[in-house]
Design a protein around this ligand. Structure first.
Ligand SMILES: [Zn+2]
Length: 483
């Protein structure tokens, strides 16, 4: 390091020490975070995340008898998420997303971004505050009725908080005067907060009034091209659910107030689901009951199979819109003959917060959260022995283990938490770790002190417990996929 700069840094650090901003070593023995510039050295020595410091309050739900503040615990995912300090009710259908939830959401957003960009999607961000003018052109200002959150600005002009953005995006594309057929298909998407004045918000993040959604809109040169785009988005959705380990079914659906010619829902079968599905036992046919005569029991596709009913949570929806919105807003492009032509459109939604809650709903036990592996807020939790126990000597080994793991498997840095609550028994902390659903829990106890040190690892996704050498354990954890 250049000497003058070094002296400056030294001076800054001394001052920080004096005013108490640089902390002493914590009771766990790890130095706590300091305001040191990132260098490869400081990254290696970065202290682990201490469980005692994570803001994941599990006691927030005892806020007295006010059920509005408690949020009625109407389903398993809501109960588990509130108990684990993942979400907290604010007002009906609105929740605080606490830090671990935000981490899981950010991972889910990365998975969605990867798959949307894989098929040519370009991410943008549109205003939530939408002018009533556009919604009056599409007539949805009246059609949406009470579901639309409406407000007036200081000049008395009407707005709504956007639940979806067909009007806004078509308005945007219509303003591009020189859109050429060579630029199509154009796939624009965003992942933003959406608002819907649900008559009965319930089931935690499954049916809220404020939630995150991914909405994509496609513009194509022809009906044929639009169908191809539609197919590619459906395939991308299938890949997303496969990567998350969710067994979703793609069912034919009603086009509802969005309008259009063709529509599918992606449904995650679950008892708590509010949609009724008819699934053929012999072929791939499945449909939402709303789209069919509900007493029908013979399959319209293979003719021989029988349909059986199941419940599902709608986590995605696709619509082939045709020219409904592009005609209204005059979204045109110049075709190969250099003539103006109206674009063919599609729109495609994914309920981001809903996918998170739905995954917890179907994967968890009554007591313990289980995440899709890719989305777990933290991948590894390391448990040192209880203070004053027989294995107390292994505490240093546990600290060393965390440092070496971060060095050996760099992509796990930031994914490892250290349960420093050593006043608690291993058993109690294991129970917490199981409840929160870390995919890998490593216990550094008596076994780590033996001649051939062994570390206990519990793979919570598969419910397996193994005793491994440090090398084998690093090898196992090195295979963990981080998004
Ligand atoms: Zn069939």
């Amino acid at each position: 390091m250049e000497p003058v700069l070094h002296r400056v840094r030294h001076k800054v650090f001394s001052s920080l020490h004096r005013i108490g901003l640089l902390s002493r070593r914590s009771h766990s023995g790890f130095a706590e975070p300091v305001a040191e510039p990132a260098s490869s050295h400081s990254r290696q020595m970065k202290p682990p995340l201490l469980v005692s410091r994570l803001y994941q309050p599990s006691n927030l739900r005892d806020m007295g008898p006010d059920s509005r503040m408690q949020g009625e615990l109407t389903c398993k995912s809501q109960r588990l998420m509130q108990q684990a300090g993942l979400i907290h009710p604010f007002n009906p259908g609105c929740f605080y997303y606490l830090p671990a939830t935000v981490r899981a959401m950010e991972k889910l957003v990365r998975v969605i971004d990867q798959e949307m960009q894989q098929i040519g999607g370009q991410k943008l961000d549109m205003p939530s505050l939408c002018s009533a003018d556009l919604w009056q052109i599409s007539q949805r200002w009246d059609l949406m009725g009470k579901e639309l959150f409406r407000l007036k600005d200081r000049h008395g002009v009407n707005y709504c908080l956007g639940p979806t953005h067909e009007e806004a995006v078509t308005h945007l594309v219509a303003h591009q005067t020189a859109l050429s057929y060579k630029q199509l298909p154009l796939l624009l998407y965003q992942i933003t907060r959406k608002f819907r004045d649900e008559p009965k918000p319930r089931f935690g993040l499954l049916r809220g009034r404020e939630f995150y959604m991914k909405d994509m809109y496609s513009f194509d040169v022809s009906e044929e091209a639009a169908y191809e785009t539609y197919e590619s988005v459906c395939h991308a959705y299938t890949r997303i659910f496969a990567r998350l380990g969710l067994r979703c079914v793609q069912v034919q659906a009603d086009t509802g107030n969005i309008g259009g010619k063709l529509s599918h829902e992606f449904q995650l079968p679950a008892d708590i689901g509010e949609d009724r599905l008819l699934v053929c036992r012999s072929c791939s046919f499945s449909a939402n009951v709303e789209t069919m005569l509900s007493d029908r029991t013979d399959c319209p596709q293979c003719k021989t199979g029988t349909l059986s009913e199941s419940k599902g949570i709608e986590v995605g929806h696709t619509f082939y819109l045709g020219k409904k919105y592009s005609d209204m807003f005059n979204a045109v492009f110049s075709n190969a003959q250099n003539k103006q032509s109206v674009a063919e459109m599609g729109c495609y939604g994914l309920g981001v917060t809903r996918i998170l809650a739905a995954a917890i709903e179907v994967m968890s036990t009554d007591e313990s959260i289980r995440w899709p592996g890719l989305l777990a807020p933290y991948q590894v939790c390391v448990l040192p022995p209880k203070k004053g126990s027989k294995a107390d000597e292994a505490t240093g080994l546990a600290e060393d283990f965390v440092h070496t793991l971060g060095q050996t498997v760099p992509h796990l840095r930031g994914e490892i938490v250290f349960d420093d609550r050593t006043q608690m028994t291993i058993g109690k902390r294991l129970k917490d770790a199981s409840r929160l659903g870390y995919p890998y829990v490593v216990v550094v106890g008596q076994g780590a002190l033996e001649d051939t040190p062994r570390f206990e690892v519990i793979c919570q996704q598969t419910d397996e417990t193994m005793f491994l050498s440090k090398e084998d354990l690093f090898c196992l954890l090195g295979k963990v996929e981080i998004v």
